[in-house]
Design a protein around this ligand. Structure first.
Ligand code: GAR
Length: 227
């Protein structure tokens, strides 16, 4: 939990690819001068494009290549050790495309946050936009949640919704959802840094002082929904 002391909220961000969510988080933290330190961006691939961007911003980067390990457990142990070196308050999965072992999830219990490109609990796993189009849903979106050992599951912090439009393809839909993802994850990081986020005894998320934890894409941009 951050904001309980005068020191900055320490974050480690995990990526696997271009890292646009990571960029949105970094830009928001810096733009609003939040008491947040992005200690490192860590990737499971040496050539993850987001690493280069993070380096260009003066952020420490590290890669722990999953291909170098013979088992999921061995990789997760090495990854956990790399993260522990930064003593983060939170570990943000931002397009980190690895299934994590229960041991890893337990090690970071209460600190591990993920963004998933669907309105969970609908469409866990891969190809979420394709799944949404195949089901004919009229609304789709994204979810930021605490991670549990169950894939794409866990206490929901916030969600963002977009309409599914006639003629959408997985890529047009993905692009629309991504606009909301960037706003959603950045706002959640601000709430974490401000010490607003906690879990109640039922393992449901409470975000103190925030009226709306849902966002909607409108013709003028992404806005908190009015409720
Ligand atoms: C994002 O759409 C994110 O929600 C998704 O990968 C993309 C990464 O984009 N994550 C997952 O599917 C995790 N299950 P980015 O690298 O540009 O942030």
């Amino acid at each position: 939990m951050c904001a309980s002391t005068s020191s900055a909220c320490r974050l480690v961000v995990l990526i696997s690819g271009r890292g646009s969510n990571m960029q949105a988080i970094v830009n928001m933290v810096r733009g609003q001068a939040l008491p947040v330190e992005i200690c490192a961006v860590v990737a499971n691939k040496v050539d993850a494009a987001g690493l280069e961007w993070a380096q260009s911003q003066g952020i420490e980067t590290k890669s722990v290549a999953h291909r170098d390990f013979s088992s999921r457990e061995a990789f997760d142990e090495a990854l956990a050790a790399a993260i522990d070196a930064y003593q983060p308050d939170y570990v943000l999965l931002a397009g980190f495309m690895r299934v994590l072992t229960p041991g890893f999830v337990e090690h970071f219990n209460g600190k591990l946050i993920n963004i998933h490109p669907s309105l969970l609990p609908a469409f866990p796993g891969l190809h979420t936009h394709q799944q949404a189009l195949a089901m004919g849903v009229q609304w789709h979106g994204c979810t930021v949640h605490f991670v549990t050992p169950v894939l794409d599951h866990g206490p929901i912090i916030a969600q963002g919704v977009v309409p599914v439009l006639f003629g959408d393809t997985p890529s047009t839909l993905a692009e629309r959802v991504l606009q909301v993802e960037h706003r959603l994850y950045a706002d959640v990081v601000r709430w974490l840094a401000e010490g607003r986020v906690s879990l109640d005894t039922m393992q449901r998320v409470q975000v103190h002082g925030i009226a709306s934890r849902s966002f909607v894409l409108t013709s003028t941009g992404v806005e908190p929904s009015q409720r």
